[in-house]
Design a protein around this ligand. Structure first.
Ligand SMILES: C[S@@+](CC[C@H](N)C(=O)[O-])C[C@H]1O[C@@H](n2cnc3c(N)ncnc32)[C@H](O)[C@@H]1O
Length: 206
């Protein structure tokens, strides 16, 4: 796509987000993936890692409805009004286990749109993104319901590919996605693990 057309598309998503009451254009990445894979349904329990400014949590809240629940966590508290089924917690996911999250598990869907503050140095950004993905997986692995789904953002790299390969036996299917709302120059892709197979059996006890 030509740079001018791409910039127009970027503007289109930002404008649309403002008009539809979402604080960030990233909502259209989740929407596109959800429309294709039907991840979100009424009554589900959803964990949103790196939730600020809140577009994904808002979108998920609309889909799970008043009988569902969305727990969002971020370093920063979003300045967004959420419906009652959303609980937002402040914390650094690389450091603090947040007790409330454990008590709310299991989750039907664990989302991570976490991204590091980019340094403009490709290898550093890729390595930091991968640290966040590993951490998101550590959370998902213990808190996903059987057959639950895990969607996370990754800055592509060889190490990232190796990490995704380790997830393959843990899900029925793994897909890599680049939604239309992703900026073309961005390193980011989304990885969706569908139908979690459950905790790994410890073969030494079998
Ligand atoms: C791209 S934004 C998420 C946008 C969000 N999905 C939305 O639609 O509004 C990435 C977020 O990851 C958060 N983040 C990065 N590192 C984190 C960490 N260690 N713990 C918690 N949140 C983190 C950032 O604070 C930032 O708000």
């Amino acid at each position: 796509m030509a740079i001018k057309d791409r910039a127009r598309l970027d503007d289109h998503y930002s404008r649309k987000a403002r008009q539809e009451g979402f604080p960030a254009r990233s909502v259209y990445k989740l929407e596109e993936i959800d429309q294709k894979y039907k991840l979100l349904r009424p009554g589900q329990n959803v964990l949103d890692l790196g939730c600020a400014p809140g577009s994904w949590s808002l979108y998920a809240a609309g889909k799970v409805g008043s009988k569902g629940r969305v727990i969002g966590i971020d370093l920063e508290l979003p300045d967004t009004a959420f419906p009652p089924q959303v609980t937002i917690l402040q914390g650094d996911l690389l450091e603090n286990p947040v007790e409330l999250v454990h008590s709310a598990a299991p989750f039907d869907l664990v989302l991570s749109d976490m991204a590091p503050k980019t340094m403009g140095r490709r290898e550093v950004d890729q390595a930091r993104s991968l640290d966040l993905c590993r951490m998101a997986w550590a959370w998902a692995e213990t808190m996903l319901a059987p057959s639950g789904h895990f969607l996370f953002k990754l800055f592509q790299s060889q190490d990232g590919d190796d990490f995704v390969r380790t997830l393959k036996p843990r899900f029925s299917q793994i897909v890599r996605l680049k939604p239309k709302a992703t900026r073309s120059q961005s390193l980011e892709i989304f990885v969706l693990g569908m139908k979690y197979c459950g905790p790994q059996k410890d073969e030494s006890t079998m």
